[in-house]
Write a new protein. Sequence first.
Length: 425
Amino acid sequence: MTAPPAPGPRQGLPAPIREVLPNGMRLIVQEHHAAATVAIHLWTGVGGRDEAIGERGFSHFAEHMLFKGTETRPRGFVERDVEAVGGRTNAGTSNDYTFYYLLLPATRTAHGISTIADMVLNSIFDATELARERDVVFEEVRLNEDNPRSSLGRQLYGLLFEGHPYGRPVLGDAADLRAATRESLHRYYKRHYVPENMALVVVGPVKPAEVRAAAVAAFGAVPPASYTRQALPPAVAPEGVRARTVERPERQTQLGLAWLAPPLGHPHMAAVDVLSHILGGSRSSRLNQALRERAQLVSGISGWYGALQGAGAVGITAQLESGDHQAVERGVLAEIRRIQTDGVTPEELARAITASEAEREFSRERVEGLALAYGRAETVWSLEAERGYVDRVRQVTGAEVREAARRYLTDSYARLAFVPRGRAR
């Protein structure tokens, strides 16, 4: 077992221990004795980007099915084995990955590893359960579309990454989901849930040698599959402004602007992160002060940066009562030009760095947050880079922020507006 270099040790924790098992599966163990709870995460490198025509939505659909019974555990095993001891379990699917987690009393660590291994290796995809779960997935799609903020985010990514795998909805295509059979979905699951494409992350008051023994017992006999993930094509920025206006049965207007940005691990990643905080990360940010407090054009506005493995997006989302989203867009672009021309103040830079650092550190104080960060990094980035990222954010300069604004916040972007029905202009 080997540990990577340990930049920026977190709250006196020992460095995590990382090992690649003989079959290619990765194991990360982090001792964390703040509570008597262990977080057990299983990450696999499959998401919306990996789905071929006819498979759109299969990553998310398969995620649902892994809770519906294995060769030795019937439907309901989650409630019996996890919730009965006060634990929690859930899962998530994104463009780049799917993950599953158990949060359990630390005394149940070995049993939890065995349970999660059974889920990801031996799920049976019962046809009756599949039919039931298909309806659950369609209901999730409906709820997502009914929520204006979540729907705006999904459709904005679709507009920015038009024609690219990142532009496809993770929840899938209705026709592909209806046509999915037990055999086609199970085949997809078996193709991607292989040792070389999985990482087990265990964080809590554990003994690494005992965790390793449990992991080897649960996963070690699975043979490698010579798996290679298909490479992503490059993302291409829109030519000029790629715009869409959608009428919806809501009273409030929603506006989203998005630009292509650097992927995970890019040298400019930290500067773009800080830039997004300066633009819209708090009530004191540029856009909140200019458009909410002074111009009173919006009821809410925020800046964000989403770094994916193969590309990134930086953007602004706003909510407004007036419906004058053109004026809001002009105001956003004016503030961007000010940063590109004049840069940012030392006070803005210090606030943004502190906010970015606090946001990242706060989310990782508990075992589940740390397991989430380590699992994502191991799957689509690197553990060492994740552990050193806050140090990099602290080093960002005002000149780097201005250069990031000039490089990425160009005249080529996506604009999506949700307007109340009958008020499209």
